[in-house]
Design a protein around this ligand. Sequence first.
Ligand code: GLU
Length: 422
Amino acid sequence: MTIRTRMAPSPTGDLHIGSLRTALYAYASAKQNNGQFIVRIEDTDQKRLVVGAADRTLQVFKDFGLVYDEGPDVGGDYGPYVQTQRFNIYQKYIKELLDKGLAYYCFCTEERLVEMRNIQKAAKKIPKYDRKCLSLTKAEINANLEKGIPYVVRLKVPDNETIVFNDTIRGEIKFNSNDIDDQVLIKSNGIPTYHFAVVIDDHLMKITQVMRGEEWISSTPKQIILYRYFGWEAPEFCHLTVLLDPTHPGKMSKRFGTVFAQQFIDEGYLPTAMNNFLMLLGWNPGTDRELFTLDEFVKEFNLKHLHVKQPVFDRKKLDYFNGLYIRKMTDDQLLPYFKKFLPQATDDQLATLIPILKDRLVKFSDLKEQVKFLFEDIAYDKNLLLKKGTSPEIAVQMLEAAKKVITDFTDLQNKFISPYLC
Ligand code: GLU
């Protein structure tokens, strides 16, 4: 069987570093088996859409070397790879569910739903649609549709069943169907929800393995029900751990530091170093080895070595990897990075600076501060020169003498240092 994995980002913002880690694993899982890695844009939540986010996410995958075989800008046999371009596909499938009585029209107003939820909450019950519209007759439904009353389409979740799926990392996960809400599949604006579109697309795109964050575990039973209603085989589900913040309890948050993949590049982290660091956040090779190129990782990756324990995003370790990868690069390879982060330096200056600075550099954005003194006048308090009773005249003489020494530095080096080296 060909392994087909996918990343399905929603362009509601820039790609989170945790999602990049998921992409790395999905890429490795497919490539290791000569399979395909696919990117699909899940943009059904139009209210939260951020302009440009989809393009920036695709660019991030490219910058990190995660070359996708199929996707919005590269095409493929199962396109389009953007959900808002697939509406006609979803229509056919929602009709099938409605005809079979596995989904139903719901005409409840937002006010009614809010009130219902409030009552349920007050009674300490899990908020769940009360199925008022499930009992509507065909004639009532048709009358409502003719009148143009706004509606959504809901999934008819089966009663009193155990919905089970096998998670690659966690093993068997069970849900009582009575706890599952009759999920909205088509919203009142006619646009499908993520839950519906994801199943149709994963099936039609022949996805065999779904890797995603563990926050999607509770959505999976709804998707399993849909697979069953359509008579389709569900893919393998692999829910990866979230990344924990190193400084605060809970998952990484933008309130406490950089979290978006692109931000790390902007701060001067190397994609090669980042990839290596991310590989080890939730996976181990089964040995002490820590350094892997992307290709080596693809060879070594093994689903059995994925962790259940949530890893901490140790920024110091990332800095360590970045420094290590910087030092592995030749001066020529480093030149474009230095140019980008020190645009004021000439090529000549960089030729001198790179060999000196690369040995202690952690990330390229530090460069500006490190060599600021070479490009900017330094503000200092003149009175510092007049300490211990030094007169202004003497201070001027001292400065001039110092200037001469610095100007003649090469000479000084030849005259005084070289003989001792002989
Ligand atoms: N569109 C979802 C997201 O942005 C993807 C969830 C999934 O992979 O099924 O996280």
